[in-house]
Design a protein around this ligand. Sequence first.
Ligand SMILES: Cc1cc2nc3c(=O)[nH]c(=O)nc-3n(C[C@H](O)[C@H](O)[C@H](O)COP(=O)(O)OP(=O)(O)OC[C@H]3O[C@@H](n4cnc5c(N)ncnc54)[C@H](O)[C@@H]3O)c2cc1C
Length: 416
Amino acid sequence: MRYSGFRVIKEALTGHRGWKPAWRDVAPQAEYDYVIIGGGGHGLAAAYYLAKQFGGKKIAVLEKGWIGGGNVGRNTTIIRSNYLLDGNEPFYEFSLKLWENLEQELNYNAMVSQRGILNLVHTDAQRDAARRRGNAMILNGSDAELLDADGVRKMYPFLNFDNARFPIKGGLLHRRGGTVRHDAVAWGYARGADQHGVDIIQNCEVTGFRIDGGKIKGVETTRGYIGAKKVASSVAGSSSRVMSMAGMRLPIESHVLQAFVSEGLKPTIPGVITYGAGHFYCSQSDKGGLVFGGDIDGYNTYAQRGNLPVVEDVIESGVSLIPALGRVRLLRSWGGIMDMSMDGSPFIDKTHIEGLYFNGGWCYGGFKATPAAGWCLAHLLATDTPHETATAYRLDRFRSGLIIDEKGQGAQPNLH
Ligand SMILES: Cc1cc2nc3c(=O)[nH]c(=O)nc-3n(C[C@H](O)[C@H](O)[C@H](O)COP(=O)(O)OP(=O)(O)OC[C@H]3O[C@@H](n4cnc5c(N)ncnc54)[C@H](O)[C@@H]3O)c2cc1C
């Protein structure tokens, strides 16, 4: 069924009896060509592109909970292509280009909104870094504009310009960045994958791998054994747990990241603002709530909820940047488990086990990567070679020394 304005009117006039489920509810088959573990944005996007772009057949996505229940439905919805390093920026630019056509591609309203992202600058050193980053972005086909303090004041007059611990000296504006309705991305890809014959199986937890002679044979699940020629793990914060069942120890730690939403307000913040000195980022949802976040909680955990010190820290940061925020009531907060890699960059790679592939280590930047991560994982599964924009995302990069330390923090996963 195609979605359109005409369809909405027709259904409204006929009692909404014609809508069909967006994807089928199927029982697992005994064997597949491809099994993708994890029905988050990445797993579903990979299944969609594998079937549509690469002609893959007999594909299943196995999700232990429900579609959209993981980080894809918990993030602060920011998309951008404003990375510095060569290993990263072409990939994120590829992703942003896929976002720009996603709704037409999926025939699904994911509310892609390129409302612009402004990274505030508070010191001369930060301005130098922003200029360098902006140049790297432009060289890779992205967009960047350096604003002075007056330029920022024109866009966001309510920021704390006059009495701030970290005065605002300007900002790096990336106009094509923005936000996307996060759970609609999961639903859109699930619907698209289903239309191309992918089996999406919810409430199906992978509990083990069957490996014989160094080759994958299939997966054990809570719904029985499922055979597969190729298996990809795409389970975000559960990466270490799942891959340990294949005997692998990953260069990844799991940490919780919290997000917050305020009561609904009239239109206040037109774009996305990030506050580099205090670590705070904020946008406004279409329902009017201010959506914001800050640092990870800073200890290893698999719990999808955070603790109060970070709540206080994020709100303090927010109020110091936007004093008027002190008058706004907080509506909800929640947490998701982040797969924090040692250099802050992800992996899309084969493993030493034939037929077993891994996608993870996305830290808190994996939502914006969803379309490209899906495409590149599908490319790897179908062709056994990395996509040209993802050649640096290797599992062995810590052995070779070719790390991608975008933030220059070293092996400190809690700081990336
Ligand atoms: C609070 C918060 C804010 C964030 N903000 C942003 C942002 O603004 N911009 C951005 O780019 N990124 C952001 N991120 C990061 C981004 O959400 C993640 O990197 C990305 O969603 C991870 O990919 P995914 O969607 O596939 O993960 P998920 O949606 O977590 O999918 C993984 C799935 O695997 C399933 N699974 C786990 N174990 C098993 C198993 N054994 N068997 C079967 N299934 C299993 C899980 O149930 C889950 O559904 C944020 C994350 C959080 C938590």
